[in-house]
Design a protein around this ligand. Structure first.
Ligand code: DHK
Length: 143
């Protein structure tokens, strides 16, 4: 059984303390725990990086090894064509996830490059969004 990937972009390592009025108080470690409960037997690669290069490297790894991707690209959502190009090479299902409802926020958070590849987008469900995205992803993966 191929692993599914949950990838997290910049500043998400600060969840729990970071702007709790926007991102809540759940830490990334707690989110990972919840994700591992959802996937059960399915192997899960759960990573966070503040580096665009590293995030693209993880997508390349998923291209070779993975069955599906849930990605919260954080600020790279709105800036990285390189990340979009990497995701375009991935053949499995991709679900784009945002803890906050980006469409309810400032204009700078409205245009997502990642959405040009994502099969689905979840935004505004808080930390629970990760679990919802994984439940949906497990339905979409083909292996
Ligand atoms: C997280 C971020 O870091 C922001 O750059 C995005 C996203 C929203 C989130 O809601 O998870 O705008």
């Amino acid at each position: 059984m191929k692993p599914v990937y949950v990838l997290n972009g910049p500043n998400l390592n600060r969840l729990g303390k970071r702007e709790p009025h926007i991102y809540g108080t759940t830490t990334l470690a707690e989110i990972e725990e919840n994700c591992r409960r959802v996937v059960g037997e399915r192997p899960l690669i759960f990573r966070q990086t503040n580096s665009e290069e590293t995030l693209i490297g993880l997508v390349h790894e998923a291209i070779d090894e993975g069955a599906g991707i849930v990605i919260n690209p954080a600020a790279f959502t709105f800036t990285s064509l390189a990340l979009l190009d990497a995701l375009k090479m991935f053949e499995g299902p991709v679900i784009e996830l945002h803890i906050s409802n980006i469409h309810k926020r400032e204009q700078i958070y409205h245009k997502s490059y990642v959405s040009m590849r994502a099969d689905a987008v979840i935004a505004g469900l808080g930390a629970y969004g990760y679990e919802a995205a994984l439940v949906a992803l497990l339905r979409l993966v083909k292996d």
